[in-house]
Design a binder for this molecule. Structure first.
Ligand code: FEO
Length: 164
């Protein structure tokens, strides 16, 4: 069984992961509306990854003999000024999630819950990847600047992300 503070915090993280999924799906919807199918595809893949992150916490809570309580998910933003601004928001969001995962690890350490520390190591590694990916796209979009042709090429590049 998990300690109460850890159980509550892990349960809360399901909500954070599903909120992330909802944010990325909203971003994908915006990109579809803006005729940027490659960006929309990349963000939909991200949406699915976040639901899978939520499910990892869900399954882990049951693996430890506790139960899940789902909470409300707030409406995400629906309008974004530009692809560059959108991806800056992705990076800021991922930095926030990294902080949440680090807080969970600190709590698991305080509670002397070694199994949870081991489970969280996957997420610590994943957050490095998440921030790296968003940063790479921001750098690409800075080079794109105001060029519609370059934006179209960037859209094609993001369309190649594995997943559906
Ligand atoms: Fe679930 Fe993007 O971190």
């Amino acid at each position: 069984m998990l300690s109460k503070p850890l159980h509550d915090a892990l349960n809360e993280q399901i909500n954070h992961e599903l909120s992330s999924a909802y944010l990325y799906l909203s971003m994908a919807a915006h990109c579809d509306a803006e005729n940027l199918p490659g960006f929309a595809h990349w963000l939909r893949v991200q949406y699915r990854e976040e639901t899978e992150h939520g499910m990892k916490f869900y399954r882990y809570i049951y693996d430890r003999g506790n139960a899940v309580t789902l909470k409300a998910i707030a409406q995400p933003p629906t309008k974004f000024k530009s692809p560059l601004e959108l991806f800056k928001q992705v990076l800021e969001h991922e930095k926030k999630v990294t902080g949440l995962i680090n807080d969970l690890y600190a709590l698991a350490t305080k509670e002397k819950d070694y199994a949870t520390q081991t489970m969280l190591q996957w997420f610590i590694t994943e957050q490095v990847e998440e921030e790296k990916n968003a940063t790479a796209i921001i750098e690409m979009l800075k080079m794109v600047g105001d060029s519609p042709v370059s934006l179209m090429m960037a859209d094609r590049q993001l369309a190649a992300r594995a997943g559906s």
